[in-house]
Design a protein around this ligand. Structure first.
Ligand code: BGC
Length: 399
């Protein structure tokens, strides 16, 4: 998808990767929380979604201590909303109506407390991504079992995902609260398989498989994966179905068709937009998504295409080393760009998640991934079936 360019020749990818790691570390509070963006007032919070990808990037870059501080912060934040999660699960089981405003939050204040405002809170993807990232962190630090201090949180979030996996909620762009979203299901699957492995829990694995079947069936009608149960559009976040969450194989024919459609409909000035009808800040190309596409190319063995994605991202650092959320919306759709500018000011000029996805892509391209590379196996060695650990794995079938 990216056009050939000499963008990379203008920057030194190793230097920019190091500068991105430094930016990420600067955006971490002493307690472990990551600020989504310090320069954009609306983003001065810690999102589970952004931050769990950020922690994963740090693990890949050898910054496991910083990643551990984040996971400790989540553990503490989850303690604070334990009652809320438990009540949501209980009410759901009893068939009581649940208002999205009263669901566990998508983002927290930096001290880990909940924010009482009208943000579309009910977004389960972040909880899945957190469990996935914790699983990756434990693997990368050689911890075979879930540490005792994390057990209650892993169990609770596992139960939460189990209960709400197939309930409509807001998507990864915090929109469309009445649909099931394919990329949300990918994150949920990643979280459920991680929890199943960490807790040795076959029921969670079976639930993950039901999510996986649901996703796979959804591709049959159009021969590709769609944005949601309410939209046959494409959405670039659907790339995560394969990398990193392994819901489908990268060479699955429906997934290959999805990637082709994403490239065709969402490519803009060498980067990737979120989805065709997006209007947020005029819908420019997003750093996080262009890096995600590069990551996918790398996994399918096309480092040349991945390098072009890196080139596009690298060319968007400003002279202070900042890396924004999106670029070009003011040219693509000036009216909507202005509308958002008047509402919230200039789009985030330095987004921590953007740096993180750049680090993930660079670490893959440069063979610098320092996290563990063991394979997962589900085996019966005569003493009962068990998980062996791994960094990336396709989980076996629950029997
Ligand atoms: C995006 C979310 C993101 C948040 C903070 C929103 O505009 O849609 O995906 O978590 O910004 O970066």
């Amino acid at each position: 998808m990216p056009e050939a360019s000499d963008q990379l020749s203008k920057v030194n990818p190793k230097a920019t990767m190091q500068s991105s790691i430094a930016s990420i570390l600067r955006s971490q509070e002493a307690n472990g929380a990551f600020v989504a963006s310090r320069d954009f007032a609306e983003y001065r919070y810690c999102w589970l979604r952004d931050s769990s990808f950020i922690a994963y990037a740090l693990d890949r870059a050898g910054e496991q201590d910083a990643s551990a501080r984040y996971h400790g912060w989540v553990n503490h934040a989850l303690d604070g909303i334990g009652g809320l999660i438990d009540r949501a699960i209980e009410w759901h089981r009893e068939g009581k109506p649940l208002h999205p405003d009263h669901m566990p939050p998508a983002r927290f204040a930096l001290d880990g407390s909940s924010v009482d405002d009208d943000w579309p809170n009910f977004q389960i993807d972040g909880y899945g991504t957190w469990l996935w990232a914790l699983g990756q962190h434990l693997l990368s630090t050689g911890q075979e079992a879930v540490p005792e201090e994390f057990r209650a949180s892993v169990e609770r979030v596992g139960r939460y995902l189990d209960a709400f996996a197939l309930t409509p909620c807001f998507d990864v762009w915090e929109e469309s609260g009445s649909a099931l979203h394919t990329s949300t299901l990918a994150c949920v699957y990643g979280g459920l398989t991680a929890a199943a492995r960490l807790l040795d829990d076959k029921d969670l694995l079976a639930r993950a498989e039901s999510v996986q079947s649901r996703v796979r069936e959804s591709a049959i009608r159009l021969g590709r994966y769609v944005k949601s149960t309410e939209s046959d559009d494409v959405d670039a976040s659907v790339l995560w179905l394969s990398t990193p969450f392994d819901v489908v194989e990268a060479d699955d024919s429906h997934f290959a068709e999805t990637v082709r459609t994403i490239e065709e409909r969402l490519g803009f000035e060498g980067g990737l937009r979120r989805y065709p009808t997006d209007v947020y800040f005029g819908s420019g190309a997003w750093t996080v998504l262009t890096a995600s596409l590069g990551w996918h190319y790398l996994v399918v063995g096309d480092p040349g295409a991945a390098e072009l994605c890196r080139g596009w991202v690298a060319a968007h650092f400003d002279d202070q080393g900042r890396l924004g959320e999106q670029f070009g919306g003011e040219r693509r759709d000036p009216a909507h760009y202005r509308e958002w500018l008047e509402r919230w000011g200039h789009p985030a000029k330095d987004l921590t998640w953007s740096h993180a996805m750049y680090v993930v892509l660079c670490s893959g391209l440069d063979g610098l991934d320092t996290s563990a590379k063991r394979e997962v196996t589900w085996s019966d060695d005569g003493q009962g079936e068990r998980w062996a650990d791994s960094r990336r794995a396709t989980p076996p079938k629950a029997s």
